[in-house]
Design a binder for this molecule. Structure first.
Ligand code: DX5
Ligand code: ZN
Length: 228
């Protein structure tokens, strides 16, 4: 099966919101923009919503993945579609009618991703793995930027990969939380190709260099996995 290219997706949550336009220009070498929507219920924190997504889409050419950390994705999805989202990441834990929501996303010709919190088992993916374009393995408990990477994530990524092989499918495997140039190698070696990074990009002065450091570390990990 074809391997997916390594993609780096800076998380806007760590950007300076007073200088959003400059912040977006500074990450132009990335592949995706990761847009964290938090509702204060599904996760304790609040972030931003549709008006900000509209503004972002008007000033950046990067495709935007909307990570919906909300209790009611079935209600809010349409708003984000309208605001220009390019793909959607929906939490397994937040959605009873996951297949219906995946169908809605696909009917709008957008990519559908299912996210697993650290405590959600990989086997829950068994009945949807053939329907999704991407699986997000959370490497922190969602809700805040700047948390430490949970080390057991690499094992979990490998389990997702094994499940995909069992089903003969090849969705993108994404990882989000505490990703830096050091562990980018490990997660890519385990099978992740889409890496979300907030602090390790926006806390650096030279964002292009930070993105490049993540990319080259992940590429080395992916190469090592191929060799093994
Ligand atoms: C956490 C968010 C992440 C977060 C990542 O709930 O989903 O996208 O912004 O930030 P870092 O890379 O700082 O952990
Ligand atoms: Zn996120």
């Amino acid at each position: 099966m074809d391997t997916h290219p390594i993609c780096i997706a800076p998380s806007m949550l760590s950007a300076n919101f007073m200088k959003l336009s400059d912040e977006l220009s500074s990450i132009a070498t990335a592949d995706y923009l990761h847009f964290d929507v938090m509702d204060g219920h599904f996760v304790p924190n609040l972030s931003f919503g549709c008006p900000i997504l509209r503004a972002v889409k008007a000033s950046s050419d990067l495709p935007v993945d909307v990570h919906l950390m909300v209790d009611n994705p079935e209600t809010t999805l349409e708003w984000y579609l309208d605001a220009g989202a390019d793909s959607f990441t929906i939490h397994m834990e937040a959605q009873t009618h996951l297949k219906r929501l995946i169908d809605t996303i696909h009917s709008a010709h957008k990519r559908a991703c299912v996210a697993l919190n650290p405590a959600t088992a990989v086997m829950n993916l068994d009945d949807v793995i053939e329907d999704v374009d991407m699986v997000l393995v959370m490497s922190v408990n969602p809700g805040f930027g700047g948390q430490s990477f949970i080390e057991s994530t690499c094992k979990k990524i490998a389990k997702v990969k094994a499940l995909c092989d069992e089903h003969g499918v090849n969705p993108v495997i994404e990882v989000d939380g505490g990703i830096n140039a050091h562990n980018a190698y490990d997660v890519a070696r385990a099978g992740a190709t889409m890496l979300v990074a907030g602090s390790s990009v926006f806390n650096e002065h030279d964002r292009s260099a930070a993105i490049e450091a993540l990319r080259s570390s992940a590429q080395r990990g992916a190469l090592e996995a191929k060799r093994a």
